[in-house]
Design a protein around this ligand. Sequence first.
Ligand SMILES: C=C(O[C@@H]1C=C(C(=O)O)C=C[C@H]1O)C(=O)O
Ligand SMILES: [Mg+2]
Length: 468
Amino acid sequence: MVTIQDTELRQGIVAAIGRAKELSQSVLVSEVQKIDRLDSFHFFAAGRSRFLGERFFWQDPHGTYKLAGVGVVRQIQCDKASGRFVHIEKEWKQFIETAVLAGKQDVPGSGPAMFGGFSFDPLKDKTGLWSKFSQSHFHIPAFMLTVLEDEAYFTTNVVCTQHDDASLFDKISEERQAILAAAVREQEYSLPNLEALREIQPEEWKQSVKDLVESLENSGLKKVVLARELRLQFDQDVAVEGVLQRLTEQQRESFIFAFEANGDCFIGASPERLVKKEGEKVFSACVAGSIPRGKTPEEDRQLGKVLLEDQKNLIEHQYVVEMIKEAMQETCDRVVLPDGPKLMKMKYIQHLYTPVTGENRAGTSILDLVDRLHPTPALGGLPKEKAVEKIREIEILDRGLYASPIGWLDHLGNGEFAVAIRSALIQASEASLFAGCGIVADSDAESEYTETSIKFRPMLAALGGIKQ
Ligand SMILES: C=C(O[C@@H]1C=C(C(=O)O)C=C[C@H]1O)C(=O)O
Ligand SMILES: [Mg+2]
């Protein structure tokens, strides 16, 4: 069993209560300890009995970096459209400003950290679909496991008030031992039976693609990403653990995320990084342009070659490269990117891929970078504002967090956000899956429709809708 030394947390809580009295406000204590290796999925699953609806999970491609949080000591939310990134950043800074830090505090993604996301377009009319999520929605967990390569760190966050006393430590310590003890149990999680699968207005969607292609040039637009929804009905409530377990087995090359709020869960396996900040190093990625995987290695190579030479896809990709390069150059020195795209091969699809790196110029925070980059033309279009307006006007779907920045940031300024595609919203015994594609002047509605069908597959497979 994973054991944890208690002294630092006890002292931290005493110090935080003292500070809370002095300041007449609540004070966070955040304690980090290195622990024996613990599986992040098991930790997430162990949170079910006590923290269902208050959990998150994050894993980068190949699982070199994993985070799992259970419980919520503070939510930071904002439903305003303008200035939302600044607002969230301000609240976050205020919250950690007075924090008492205990234990090891130099490990990225540990200690005071929050997880969440920003909706795709806060100006789009919100439907009932996303009623459980705010437009900007972040959670600071009670307990968090951070696994970096082979090292595991455990964060305990406690908000102390001036009315607390040292007995708070006993309560927290007990909760912590209970979750750690439960986290080592291995289990196979089953899925309910899929009863019905309904595409939401596929013909209308194809028509909207056709209309868009015709009006693209006249409206001064180069590219607009249009998305659609697939609604699944199961015979019982879907346990997120079953879906997440399958994603971690089937989608190792992806960013895997799950974010629970008020009973719903947004979950996905995205190939696309929006931005990562590690110290002053900044990483982004252009992912746009798609073709299926081949059934044989030879066919797969052939398809990859076609994609690398296809004008329509190269244009679709190039718009993303130009925008991300420019946005990075505004805030970073030494922006480096290869001359042309390479292939990114996922389980069901291959994409054109151009990584971009840079060195942050002083003062730019990860949320500022997210603000500048979102939405890239891989999810919105070009020019940015006009494309988002067009999506707001013609898309039937309420995107909510689909195609939005989702990820984490820590008190040291590190963080990573993926673009929340290949994703689904799980609501009791139902799930909505989302997929979109970049529409350019040369787009054909029927092939774009097929492209979105392929993009549903990662979530469809994880939900038991495709036999493996
Ligand atoms: C919009 C999605 O994917 C985006 C669109 C792509 C395209 O049109 O070629 C490729 C990768 C993503 O940037 C999605 O998966 O829903
Ligand atoms: Mg495409």
